[in-house]
Design a protein around this ligand. Structure first.
Ligand SMILES: CC(C)(COP(=O)(O)OP(=O)(O)OC[C@H]1O[C@@H](n2cnc3c(N)ncnc32)[C@H](O)[C@@H]1OP(=O)(O)O)[C@@H](O)C(=O)NCCC(=O)NCCS
Length: 168
């Protein structure tokens, strides 16, 4: 347990609904935009494929829990083929990161701890790189830069970022 009251554990099949919550948090990061609903997210292939069928072969996830064991944040990796590419796709052997923390726990180190742990576990699993897509206006981008991601492609509003992870 960290000294500010959360701990990390591996994500399991039982975390699927919480991962949907965190996917929605990521999709709806900008409060000035009309929010995407859960039903809309489930119906939109390019959104739903980040969680659909969790846990799939090759998926890896970490959940942060409060002292009562309630999930407060999650990070997970999923591989996509070029024919079903995620927004941050770089190659079929580079899993894409999704990250979200519940609003009341933001700004307390949960996101950073989750990302660092995910990078370690990715290396332990034999991955050499992880990738993601982030809109440039999202403050999450700062966190990714701090955690060693670099921009490999820039679109009009968003960046594709990659982090090289240490294989152990
Ligand atoms: C982005 C997010 C996962 C970060 O998690 P967090 O637990 O708030 O982050 P931490 O407290 O570990 O670290 C915060 C760092 O992330 C950045 N940051 C991103 N969003 C932030 C926010 N809303 N408030 C404060 N810092 C934020 C800052 O660089 C900060 O670094 P600092 O503490 O040195 O200033 C979380 O704010 C979130 O769920 N946001 C909405 C969903 C989202 O945008 N997901 C990513 C989509 S690409």
């Amino acid at each position: 347990m960290g000294d500010i009251g959360f701990s990390l554990r591996a994500a399991t099949v039982d975390d699927a609904e919480f991962l949907w919550d965190m996917l929605l948090a990521a999709v709806n990061w900008d409060p000035t935009r009309e929010a995407v609903s859960r039903d809309q997210a489930r119906e939109d292939r390019r959104t739903a494929h980040y969680v659909e069928g969790w846990v799939r072969r090759g998926d890896l996830g970490v959940v942060a829990v409060d002292p009562g064991g309630h999930p407060v944040g999650a990070v997970w990796l999923r591989l996509f083929g070029a024919d079903d590419a995620g927004y941050g796709f770089v190659a079929a052997d580079v899993p894409e990161v999704s990250l979200g923390v519940v609003p009341s726990w933001r700004g307390r180190g949960v996101g950073r701890a989750l990302m660092a742990e995910m990078a370690r576990r990715a290396g332990d699993s034999g991955f050499t790189r992880i990738c993601l897509s982030v809109e440039r206006a999202n403050r999450a981008r700062r966190l990714y830069l701090d955690e060693g991601f670099t921009t490999v492609e820039s679109g009009p509003d968003s960046d594709t970022m990659v982090k090289v992870v240490a294989v152990r």
